[in-house]
Design a protein around this ligand. Structure first.
Ligand code: UDP
Length: 325
């Protein structure tokens, strides 16, 4: 099967490409390298440098490669940034996704997997969060992903395009060759590890006055390889119908617990300082992934935070300057 992966030079996309190739797929990566890294693209994948804002180049891509399925990762992905620059998300993320989907429908691609987000649930009524939780995006980022989920439901009805919307909770961890490298880095675990590497003085905790056991935000940290496996399982099931899954381990850890675990893993003191809340951050986001476990037999291979941070630490130590090394 030939899979087109948009954003395949990014963090999650590049790891999914690695897993797809291991699974025997043929992979074409389409990425504008605005945030991704050429070095993150597996050498067995074909790389096309291009932008989803350019409709003509997507049509050309579809004509040239005739993919059997599309996995769509390329997007702006930062909750905090989306509160500062909403139109990067409400406009660019949505427009680029729609360009891709329209081209897919036109060229007869019948399978799409969308990388979606837990930020669809800004203030969840019930935790762990199931797929029947009412959607109320916490930020323009979440809103942009929800718009694309809705668009896919119409592609299903009108063009028989089967889709899976995979709502990741907090993706983290690394493979031996691929890890998290954003410029600037904004995510908790890589920043904590940059402190352990001596590249930063401290980690700032965004709010310690939340209604949670230790006052800091609680998140469900799920290993990027487990996310990648979910894509492969979802792809295999797609012809039986479109679906939506929440993807997490079902366990929540506070910001302080993440820092404590990172101190244990790295042996570094990792100084932490409290700071103000970051707009757009819900207090608690923990997934119920019962649906994908029951329907597809997905089981996280890395349910433990410690093992997740160990894998990230190994990658960061081997690549202290990310892909620039
Ligand atoms: N966080 C923090 N300090 C940082 C970066 C993140 O306290 O420098 C917190 C953030 O407020 C959130 C959690 O860590 O509660 C995870 O944030 P991240 O940006 O890694 O992922 P997100 O939850 O936004 O997808």
């Amino acid at each position: 099967m030939k899979i087109l992966v948009t954003g395949g030079a990014g963090y999650i996309g590049s790891v999914v490409v690695e897993e797809l190739l291991r699974d025997g797929a043929e992979v074409v990566v389409f990425d504008n390298l605005s945030q991704g890294h050429r070095a993150a693209v597996h050498h067995q994948a074909e790389f096309v440098h291009g932008d989803l804002a350019d409709r003509a180049s997507i049509d050309e891509l579809m004509r040239a490669h005739r993919p059997d399925a599309i996995m769509h990762f390329a997007a702006h992905t930062l909750v905090g940034e989306s509160m500062q620059q909403p139109f990067l998300y409400l406009h660019d993320n949505v427009m680029c996704g729609l360009n891709l989907f329209e081209s897919a429908a036109k060229h007869g691609v019948r399978r799409v997997i969308l990388s979606s987000t837990a930020n669809l649930f800004g203030a969840p009524e019930r935790v762990p969060i199931t797929e029947s939780e009412p959607v109320a995006p916490g930020s323009p980022y979440g809103e942009s992903k929800y718009a694309l989920e809705r668009a896919l439901s119409w592609l299903d009805r009108l063009y028989q395009v089967r889709s899976a919307c995979l709502r990741y909770f907090n993706a983290c961890g690394a493979t031996v060759e691929r890890g998290e490298d954003h410029h600037p880095e904004t995510h908790l675990i890589p920043i904590v590890l940059q402190v352990a590497l001596g590249q930063r003085d401290h980690i700032r905790i965004f709010g310690d006055d939340y209604d949670t056991p230790d006052g800091t935000c609680v998140r469900d940290y799920v290993h990027v390889v487990d996310l990648a496996r979910a894509h492969i399982l979802a792809l295999r099931a797609l012809d039986e119908g479109s679906r939506t899954y929440n993807l997490g381990t079902g366990r929540g850890f506070s910001v302080k617990e993440v820092i404590t675990t990172a101190r244990e893993v790295t042996g570094h003191a990792i100084p932490a300082e409290p700071g103000p809340r970051r707009p757009g951050d819900p207090a608690v986001l923990v997934a119920s992934s019962e649906r994908i476990r029951a329907e597809l037999g997905w089981t996280p291979a890395y349910p433990e935070l410690r093992a997740i941070i160990e894998s990230a630490w190994r990658w960061h130590r081997n690549h202290p300057h990310g892909y620039d090394d």
